[in-house]
Design a protein around this ligand. Structure first.
Ligand code: TRP
Length: 350
């Protein structure tokens, strides 16, 4: 058995330490471009990353295009989906002047980090990753590809090429952040004589609880149960109208026994910055249809300026390519420097 040296930081970052010294951090976060982003992404991570950006933390946003082919047969409409994800991010307030936005496929030096990083993890560790297992199950995959098994190592390259210190994510991504920390630590120990070539990043968990889709299951594009940021007000209304609730006309917040009603209450609470109990008290005994009408109204109202901005951005087809090219140029410079340090540590200088 190998003994890992003591960890310098905890896996999960302390929010208050970030606010106290934003300049000492670098945020790296990412999205898998399988389609437009929805309210689950919005409350789970987008709002949080916009907040970090506005605190003045140097921010990187990877559009993880290679991850699309981890659990599906073909890349699908990849360029269109990348564009949707970039538009969603810009519409909610990510600013390409302050944040480096790039697709990881375009950063060759980042991808080359995969080779030395793969040498630092065992097959058994890769096979134990619970998120990879869940993804394989959800996609109905019985034979796991080499990329599905190893993409957490590729994700470590996303985080470490730019020396990200904070990774705002949902808890499903914690195994990947833990894997990244191990890779950083092992690289320093095994290849750099203990020198801190890489810093162990920390996860920053979103304060918002997970929302359910309108069918009562996890909100997900592939289940067709998600309210997309870009959806029209009519489509939003229709989706909320068909949300699964229950027959009790008295509306109460009780996520365990009333998951559907409680998720709707939480949605309204998040956009109005109230507690779900308060929202429930307002609706009282007027039943699920009154609750749905309220949720529709406040969600559409909250998203209206975001959707307006998104439509303006989408009207200029030059914006997304310009953002991605500028981001790729900056990310490439960082990745090349990091790869150089890796080659130096390994003695690969000829
Ligand atoms: N795996 C993440 C997801 O499915 C996307 C992602 C790719 C990511 N690279 C990342 C997230 C690096 C955080 C850091 O949403």
């Amino acid at each position: 058995m190998t003994v890992e040296p003591a960890q310098s930081t905890a896996l999960i970052a302390d929010e208050s330490a970030v606010a106290a010294d934003p300049a000492s951090h670098r945020v790296l976060t990412g999205d898998r471009p399988t389609g437009p982003l929805h309210l689950g992404h919005y409350f789970g991570t987008l709002r949080n990353r916009v907040r970090l950006q506005s605190l003045g933390v140097d921010t990187y946003l990877v559009v993880a295009d290679y991850q699309v082919i981890t659990d599906r047969q073909s890349p699908g409409e990849i360029a269109a989906n990348v564009s949707e994800v970039v538009l969603d991010n810009l519409a909610v307030g990510m600013d390409s002047e302050r944040t480096t936005i790039f697709p990881h496929s375009q950063i060759r030096a980042l991808n080359q980090l995969m080779l030395p990083f793969l040498s630092l993890v065992s097959v058994a560790e890769l096979q134990r990753n619970p998120t990879v297992k869940e993804e394989a199950e959800a996609a109905g995959i019985s034979s796991i590809s080499g990329l599905l098994l190893t993409y957490p190592v590729h994700q470590a390259a996303d985080i470490l090429f730019c020396h990200g210190t904070l990774v705002p994510v949902g808890d499903d991504q914690l195994p990947h952040v833990e894997q990244t920390r191990l890779i950083a630590r092992r690289f320093n120990d095994r290849y750099a004589g203990g020198r801190q070539v890489f810093t162990e990043p920390q996860a920053l968990l979103s304060p918002a609880p997970r929302l359910l889709g309108v069918d009562g299951r996890k909100m997900s594009k592939s289940r067709n149960n998600a309210i997309e940021i870009r959806a029209t007000e009519d489509v939003t209304a229709r989706l909320i109208r068909r949300a699964v609730t229950d027959a009790d006309r008295r509306i109460t917040y009780d996520p365990d026994s009333r998951p559907g009603v409680s998720s709707l209450l939480m949605m309204a609470a998040l956009v109005t910055e109230r507690s779900p109990h308060e929202v429930a008290d307002d609706i009282g005994s007027r039943g699920a249809s009154a609750l749905k009408a309220h949720v529709t109204e406040v969600v559409n109202e909250h998203l209206r300026p975001i959707r307006r901005r998104r439509a303006e951005l989408a009207a200029d087809p030059g914006i997304v390519p310009a953002v991605l090219h500028a981001g790729a140029e900056k990310a490439t410079a960082d990745a090349e420097q990091t790869l150089q340090h890796v080659h130096d540590a390994l003695g690969m200088k000829y």
